[in-house]
Design a protein. Structure first.
Length: 316
């Protein structure tokens, strides 16, 4: 065990206790957490900064307002229903269309209007929120993902998670929905995380709950070597997450829409650490290098250039 611990330390693999003590607590002032824990606030500050986000169709904040759902939904065949204070993908309901007077989910299930209302009531009660607090239900545009991911995704929308430290992208992965995850791009629900070469925007090996993987379990296709479109734009949006929130250490989640291109999905002040396994690399050495050089990096362009020079995969 001691040998394994030393080997992980040599690789710079960071554990949750060190992440919390040395990075989230040290670099993330708690007064700024509402900017990322409340997805409505995140949308507001992103739009104010000119960063594109999925369009918000409406918000339900009280049980009384649930009666207004038909009006909000009447012009939208498909949409996403999600808690404003949710985490880990819990409580997100994706409606892909309508059939026989009911709402059709991405998995093909048909839900009556009463089912939709019940889900909203659960959101309002805090069933899916951080700390069980009372919540609001958001209804927003359903992203249609870029066809480049067709062969390595099951039903849901893949997203890109970028870990950003002091404005510098330090590690990234492509999160791919699976049958096990119910079409959601969340690793703890069974999705796959494929590492990304920061310099080229090309996928590497991946990780799932079963361990290291190189193929998508549902399509059988390799998850390696996929070039992600608009990579520099994605990195630019991620880097600006630091300026938006004043949080030093955060996860930035982005999606690639077929028509609208890169969109900011949400921000996370406590991003998970499985991204290290997906990239077969530790975060710690990268974070310490950024700490050493951060004062010299004045612009988003300089931070991205630094990232790609130091954290790209070295060709053998």
């Amino acid at each position: 065990m001691v040998g394994w611990g030393r080997k992980l330390a040599d690789l710079g693999v960071m554990g949750i206790n060190r992440r919390n003590a040395e990075y989230t607590l040290a670099y993330n002032p708690r007064r700024y957490y509402p900017l990322v824990d409340d997805k409505l606030r995140t949308k507001e500050i992103a739009l104010a900064a000119g960063i594109p986000v999925p369009q918000l169709y409406g918000v339900v904040e009280t049980e009384y307002q649930v009666r207004h759902l038909p009006v909000i939904l009447q012009d939208h065949e498909d949409f996403v229903l999600k808690p404003a204070h949710g985490s880990g993908g819990d409580g997100i309901l994706v409606i892909a269309g309508r059939a026989r007077g009911k709402f059709r989910t991405v998995s093909g299930d048909l839900l009556a209007r009463e089912d939709i209302n019940h889900h909203v009531f659960n959101i309002l009660s805090g069933l899916y929120s951080l700390g069980g607090q009372m919540d609001a239900a958001m209804i927003e545009y359903r992203v249609i993902f870029d066809p480049v991911f067709d062969h390595i995704s099951h039903q849901g929308v893949p997203d890109v998670r970028v870990i950003v430290f002091l404005g510098v992208p330090v590690m990234a992965m492509l999160r791919l929905p699976t049958r096990e995850s119910g079409g959601k791009a969340n690793l703890h629900q069974g999705a796959i995380g494929a590492g990304i070469d920061l310099a080229r925007g090309v996928t590497l090996n991946g990780v799932s709950r079963q361990g290291v993987v190189s193929e998508h379990p549902d399509t059988g296709n390799s998850i390696q070597g996929v070039a992600i479109p608009h990579w520099q734009t994605l990195l630019s949006i991620a880097s600006r997450g630091h300026e938006l929130t004043r949080l030093g250490y955060l996860g930035v989640d982005l999606v690639l829409d077929k028509e609208k291109g890169p969109l900011l999905l949400e921000l996370n002040a406590r991003p998970g650490l499985a991204i290290q396994i997906a990239n077969a690399a530790g975060l710690l050495h990268r974070l310490r290098l950024v700490e050493t050089h951060s004062q010299k990096l004045k612009s988003s362009e300089e931070r991205i250039a630094f990232s790609q020079e130091h954290f790209g995969v070295k060709e053998k």
